[in-house]
Design a protein around this ligand. Structure first.
Ligand code: B1M
Length: 633
């Protein structure tokens, strides 16, 4: 095995990064999140890699040195450490990073909160693993690594479960503030300060996948995200290095520039903008903003581009980002970021990416002046019909009065009571919705009519507004809650009268995958459309799905996957369903899933977003012409 001189082989890269963040660097450096790639590249087992500090540090350093990374960035499974130390359930995978199973939240009430206490940074969960990694890295390289932590908003979502967090923000904001204070003051600050004791000179970085648009609105960002990042900084002695740099969602902001100003509040050292938002908003617009502020700038290349390739496409993306990034008066304060190189990113693509970076630096530029990013372009980085992510389109494409038009069309010619129920759902008024549904029943309307004319009609509009980027996730959750309050009044009557649902759907996020926000939204929309939904949860294997489909005589199985690594399980599950006695059609979805992939795995349908999932489910039911089943909710 080749021996590398880890004390010196990253010297240049570190110097370039330092210069970029201070005066400026003649060479634009790159940094990368690549631990899952290192896991695969070094042939390790997931559990061993993410729990044995020697293996983790050596594997990361070796991979970076062997392939010629500028620096070696130690990024363990940053979203898990604090929640795991508090008792969150961790799931291990042989070929993936571990993950918190946040469908089993550890904080659901004041009582839960009262039971929790500050984890001992030297003993709790894998906090010692992190500390040991940092020490070993320092011994091996002579350098201090960045202290990584979970952004407070994402940590709260990991502990409370995302949907519950959002609903509690509306219903009981004081409790949520209490949770945030506990997490920041009694978990994160002691943890970071213990690490600072060993590494006083270290920089820090928080990862915040959920603390961003469109998971939250700008109001929630202002009240629940930013203040707690700043509070953490204050509790770490006002250290300006306490930062959270990886919010997404720039393309959902009403005003990207204002959003970037907020980013600079939590990460004053530089502005980071990453795909897929960067590709949508456009590199030139981002460059222009950074020039007006004069701050260092980082562009992040989507890991789907890096994984899918081909190398020519990677080169185009890398060269555009580097060319635009390094242009203008502050062009020497630019660095590139490779977002999360996954376990299945082919080594050839990683080599091709680094080669593209080096070619650009050497002046070998086959695509000079080529700018593909910007609002009018399709992103090859994000599969899906429209190239948009999360299955959400752009409001720019639509008439300004889209919402009004939809509402008018949907309510036109309806009885007043149905209009009122519709309005209550649209206004997120769950108590009002339940009261109006009761009144409609008293007035002699049938449950089926109330469902179709009022509740389903409102959820149809909500689905369209969400897939057009007009409403964000919190608004969708709140309207679903209002719809469910109305449905709760109808359900006993529907069951007693054997009123059949539109169909029975089993939902699951596939094996290896713990992402459930998209699946849950699909479930809510399906319920809102009159389907009976049985959600099996996350990390689900074929046998469980087949057993449930058989038990319920389900009309549809719906599979969701958010990781390219777990998409292949869709194929496995579908094959097992096909070889079983169950004949239920299968629909698939999730950000990396495409129509072509759905065809390839023999799925019966693919939907880009939640509203489309409802249309697809209706079509599948109509196609198979199955007998509708009434059953308990
Ligand atoms: Co994760 N994560 N994440 N993450 N995360 C992604 C997916 C990633 C692209 C980020 C990145 O690095 N660039 C990347 C995947 C890379 C890859 O696949 N190659 C990634 C990774 C790597 C990871 C971890 C390994 C940690 C890490 O970052 N290194 C870890 C893995 C855990 C695991 O599952 N084993 C992890 C963890 C997490 C959090 C826990 C922090 C959190 C998940 C919380 C939760 O779900 N409870 C999280 C999040 C939030 C994301 C991003 C930021 C957003 C995903 C999401 O919820 N989107 C994501 C980055 C990105 O996408 N840019 C990322 C919103 C949701 C509404 O959209 O799910 O697409 P989506 O659903 C849409 C449609 O797709 C469709 O309808 C929905 C509504 O319109 N749809 C269906 C969905 N399911 C459907 C089913 C249907 C039909 C339509 O029929 C049945």
């Amino acid at each position: 095995m080749v021996e590398y001189d880890y004390r010196h082989c990253f010297d240049n890269g570190h110097q370039w990064v330092k210069d970029t963040l201070t005066g400026g660097s003649d060479t634009p450096p790159f940094v990368a999140q690549m631990s899952e790639f290192a896991l695969a590249y070094t042939g390790n087992d997931g559990r061993e890699f993410y729990s044995n500090p020697e293996v983790f540090v050596e594997g990361t350093l070796r991979t970076c040195a062997e392939l010629g990374f500028d620096t070696a960035d130690l990024i363990w499974d940053v979203y898990d450490i604090e929640c795991e130390a508090l008792g969150g359930e961790i799931t291990w995978f042989p070929d993936l990073a571990p993950a918190i199973n946040n469908s089993k939240p550890i904080i659901t009430s004041e009582k839960d909160l009262a039971r929790l206490s500050t984890p001992d940074p030297h003993k709790a969960g894998r906090m010692p693993f992190v500390r040991d990694c940092l020490h070993i890295y320092k011994e091996m390289t002579g350098r201090t690594q960045t202290l990584r932590f979970c952004g407070p908003f994402t940590l709260a979502a990991q502990c409370m479960q995302f949907e519950q967090l959002i609903l509690q923000i509306q219903e009981n904001p004081e409790f949520v503030h209490k949770v945030f204070r506990f997490l920041v003051e009694e978990v994160q600050a002691p943890y970071l300060n213990a690490l600072f004791k060993d590494f006083p000179e270290a920089g820090t970085n928080g990862s915040d996948a959920i603390g961003s648009l469109p998971f939250l609105t700008e109001e929630i960002l202002d009240e629940f995200s930013i203040p707690y990042i700043l509070r953490l900084r204050e509790l770490c002695g006002g250290n300006p290095k306490v930062q959270v740099d990886n919010w997404w969602g720039d393309s959902f902001a009403e005003n990207a520039e204002r959003f970037w100003e907020k980013k600079l509040v939590v990460t004053p050292a530089y502005l980071k903008i990453q795909d897929p938002d960067l590709f949508r908003v456009g590199t030139q617009r981002a460059r222009a903003f950074a020039d007006t502020v004069g701050c260092p700038l980082q562009f992040g290349v989507d890991n789907h581009v890096l994984q899918r390739g081909p190398v020519e496409e990677i080169t185009k993306r890398v060269h555009e980002y580097m060319e635009v990034g390094t242009s203008g008066p502050h062009g020497n304060k630019f660095f590139l970021y490779l977002c999360s190189l996954s376990a299945q990113t082919p080594t050839e693509h990683v080599k091709g990416t680094i080669d593209a970076i080096n070619r650009f630096r050497a002046g070998d530029r086959p695509y000079p002046g080529q700018v593909l990013s910007g609002a009018s372009q399709e992103s090859s980085g994000r599969p899906g019909d429209r190239g948009y992510w999360m299955g959400i389109g752009s409001v720019d494409d639509l008439k300004k009065n889209f919402r009004e038009t939809l509402e008018e069309e949907s309510k036109a010619g309806k009885k007043e009571i149905f209009q009122e129920i519709y309005d209550a759902v649209m206004a997120f008024e769950h108590e009002e919705c339940a009261a109006l549904v009761s009144r409609a029943l008293d007035e002699g309307e049938t449950p089926a009519q109330i469902l179709d004319e009022a509740l389903i009609a409102a959820m149809d509009t909500i689905g369209d507004l969400f897939s057009s980027g007009i409403l964000f996730v919190p608004e969708m959750l709140l309207s679903a809650k209002a719809m469910k309050a109305g449905l709760a009044i109808l359900r006993p009557i529907l069951t007693a009268t054997k009123e059949p649902p539109k169909g029975v759907v089993i939902l699951a996020t596939v094996q290896g995958d713990l992402h459930d926000i998209g699946k849950n939204l699909v479930g809510m929309m399906l319920e809102g459309a009159g389907f009976q939904v049985f959600d099996l949860g996350v990390n689900i294997k074929a046998d469980e799905i087949i057993a449930k489909a058989r038990e319920l005589d389900a009309n549809i199985v719906g599979l969701s996957a958010l990781l390219t690594t777990t998409m292949p399980y869709m194929k496995v599950i579908i094959e097992e369903i096909h070889t079983s006695d169950v004949e239920t059609p299968v629909m698939v979805g999730g950000a990396p899933v495409t129509r072509e992939f759905a065809d390839h795995v023999n799925a019966d349908g693919y939907a880009d977003n939640a509203a489309e999932a409802v249309r697809l489910a209706k079509r599948l039911i109509a196609e198979v012409d199955v007998a509708m089943v009434a059953g308990p909710a």
